[in-house]
Design a protein around this ligand. Sequence first.
Ligand code: DGY
Length: 325
Amino acid sequence: MKKKVFVTREVFAEALDVLASHFEVTDNQADKVLTAEELALALADKEGALTNVTDRIDSDLLLRCPRLQAVCNIAVGYNNIDLEACNTHGVMATNTPGILDDTTADFAWALILATARRLNEAEAYIREGRWDKWRLKQFLGLDVHHATLGIVGLGRIGQVVARRALGFEMEVLYHDVRRAPTEVEAACRARYVTREELFGRADIVTIHIPYSRETHHAVGAAELSLMKKSAILIHEARGGVVDDAALVEALRRGGIAGAGLDVFEGEPALHPGFLELPNVVLAPHIASSSEKTRCRMAVMAAENCVAALTTGNPPNLLNPAVQRK
Ligand code: DGY
């Protein structure tokens, strides 16, 4: 008897093909975000699941899915999965690290350039038919070249962002819970500084740390108040790492010059203040969304699922305590 796998949201055909050669696959190509109840019903008789950041995998769900052996997230972030609950219920959890670093770092640069040079405001100005003449002082922005870039979190994505800064001849500062090895600092031409120095000195602060209890509101009123009035904040890490209400407040009172945001607390809802502020570039959690990368993420998750359910030893296992034989 083939094992059963449920794919919780729309995926690329390539990923379904990988799964279909091993398992009986049910999918949700209609792409409806399932409620906790719908997810529990769909997974009640399944051994595997291909999940997304929109699916909450917790003990309430796992209690109702006794056959479930593997939850394979199509994302590098996995704050939607309660790993302790997976350990308790003997469920392997996997993610998709590495393959999205370049694409996600590219998008940080898209946000940096668009925010610094006020591209959204300038575009809206043209689309709204307001462009009547050239002006010397029109949409004056922040120079990115030779500016100081402050990277919060010099992990895989933070490192790629840092390496891209070389072309802009920037000074690169970083802060992380642990200092990076010397060779990483050298490759990134990045200098380790305290949080205070980073927020106080950077012209552009960009956030690249995962969300957890420890990083909840890691960037709040205190950090924002250290930033220069001319500085901008870039955030494509995870909703909740930045205190959105504090950010709206800082932007409203001119405490910082602008923000480029791809993730939000409680997304897809977002703090209404962001919509009223012209100096904020908004994106709907698409930093890893190139055609190639999102497809590779889905295929990688499918391959993780095949390995989990056939060998009990998947690559990218997040909770080795549950590795099966
Ligand atoms: C990730 O991989 O964690 C992204 O946020 C989802 O694409």
